[in-house]
Design a protein around this ligand. Structure first.
Ligand SMILES: Cc1cc2nc3c(=O)[nH]c(=O)nc-3n(C[C@H](O)[C@H](O)[C@H](O)COP(=O)(O)OP(=O)(O)OC[C@H]3O[C@@H](n4cnc5c(N)ncnc54)[C@H](O)[C@@H]3O)c2cc1C
Length: 414
């Protein structure tokens, strides 16, 4: 009997994890990864600023799914089968020591993504996976079954011109908008939710941010005006606008809405969200009463970085050298508005040096998340970003790739 042939399209995180799981579970199968470029796992290499944020220390599937703007419902069952704890065990069993950072992100202790690449490549080799580089999948079709009622093999044409067949085919071609994985899926009758970027930073040109690049606040609350989109977390002022988790999370939850408004909208920033509106005004009035002779710029009663505080004072019409005693009630109310709900005109987005992923991809209702198999085409599987799944920043996107890859690999081995 011929060994089972399994083809994996794409040598990224999902493709490698699936291929290894499949080959380990079925040593008699022939698993081949075709990777279009000369650089497999290229995104792993650059991920997490070169450190690779492998996953997140969130071990309760019901909590974990809350980090996925797209895919949370479908991933719940999948995370009961393969979750961050399994990912951690998998890498540690293969010799990779991992560490949990204070915010829950998990990295290799080496702080070097090459450790993860070496582990995946080594595991694939030991499991007998063939890795064929610089060989993309150009087209795919299903051949007629040899016996009535059976499923015919897939005929796969490679960019080298070679034609190969397989019993199972995994599309793990990633989320790149132009990738052929979407085309193949569509040819097989699947629906593609239009791909748009997620996890990006905001372009804002505003005098309140000028000269502040690098200034960060630990906790800010961001809102897109006119929507219920809201996010909180650290906020970083950049040379071109704003970044940090409070911005990236907003971009993720709002990926489609922000795309539809061409990334032009009003952002409201609460720089001190631990204060209610009344508490904020009270804190400013208390500062005026307690320190009447001090200049307003020398001390921020709500703990903001002084350089940012000075900009907000100016925006509220208070000169930095004003004494607290001279700040009128109206000026304090204007200042409270600047601190609690500063309006910023966003004029565009940027993905520069940030983690970015794709919102959109193969429609999830058309995929069985127990096996990652197509509900339309038996033997066709999907994993990773080719699906309409994406998470916020923090290791959640790789976790979706590991989970989908492992489930697909197990199923293809059967
Ligand atoms: C700069 C950056 C940093 C990131 N950092 C993190 C992080 O720290 N933590 C985290 O969780 N997520 C991070 N992400 C997101 C994460 O990298 C992706 O979610 C993840 O790589 C998706 O894996 P994948 O296997 O689905 O797709 P990819 O990694 O994109 O792999 C797809 C592969 O398929 C190949 N391919 C495409 N078409 C074909 C074809 N026709 N034939 C053959 N091969 C093909 C591509 O060349 C590619 O190698 C980051 C992303 C970026 C861009």
């Amino acid at each position: 009997m011929q060994p089972q042939q399994i083809i994996v399209a794409g040598g990224g995180a999902a493709g490698f994890f699936a291929a290894i799981a499949c080959a380990e579970a079925n040593p008699h199968g022939r698993v081949t990864i075709y990777e279009a470029t000369a650089h497999p796992l290229a995104k792993v290499k650059v991920s997490g600023g070169g450190r690779c944020n492998v996953t997140h220390a969130c071990f309760d599937p019901r909590e974990l799914v809350k980090r996925y703007p797209r895919g949370s419902r479908e991933l719940l069952g999948a995370f009961h089968r393969w979750q961050p704890r399994d990912t951690v065990d998998w890498f540690e069993q293969r010799g990779v020591a991992l560490k949990i950072e204070a915010d829950g992100r998990i990295f290799p202790v080496t702080d070097n993504s090459q450790t993860i690449i070496d582990c995946l490549r080594g595991a694939a080799e030991r499991a007998g996976v063939s890795l064929v580089l610089q060989t993309g999948i150009k087209s795919v079709r299903r051949l007629a079954p040899s016996s009535p009622g059976g499923a015919g093999p897939f005929q796969v044409t490679l960019t080298t011109g070679e034609v190969v067949t397989s019993d199972r085919l995994l599309l793990a071609t990633g989320g790149n908008q132009t990738n052929l994985g979407f085309t193949f899926a569509q040819q097989f009758g699947h629906t593609i939710e239009p791909p748009v970027p997620s996890l990006f930073t905001f372009h804002i040109k505003d005098p309140r941010l000028e000269g502040l690049a690098g200034v960060a606040v630990e906790e800010a609350l961001t809102t897109v005006r006119g929507t219920n989109l809201q996010a909180s977390g650290p906020l970083l002022v950049t040379h071109w606008g704003q970044s940090g988790p409070a911005i990236l999370k907003l971009s993720s939850w709002g990926a489609r809405i922000l795309h539809d408004c061409s990334y032009q909208f009003t952002l409201l920033v609460n720089w001190a969200p631990t204060f209610s509106a009344a508490a904020l005004l009270a804190a400013l009035e208390q500062a005026r009463a307690a320190q009447p002779k001090k200049q307003v710029a020398t001390w921020c009663p709500v703990g903001l970085p002084l350089r940012l505080w000075e900009k907000l004072l100016i925006a509220a019409g208070l000169a930095p050298e004003t004494q607290w005693a001279m700040a009128s009630g109206a000026a304090l109310r204007a200042l409270a508005a600047q601190v609690g709900a500063g309006e910023f005109a966003v004029t565009g987005k940027s993905a520069f040096k940030e983690e970015f992923v794709t919102c959109g991809g193969v429609r999830l209702s058309e995929v069985d998340f127990k096996t990652m198999e197509s509900r339309l085409v038996p033997g066709l599987h999907f994993a990773g970003e080719v699906l309409d799944v994406d998470g916020i920043t923090g290791g959640f996107n790789f976790q979706a790739a590991w989970t989908g890859g492992w489930l697909a690999g197990q199923a293809m081995a059967r």
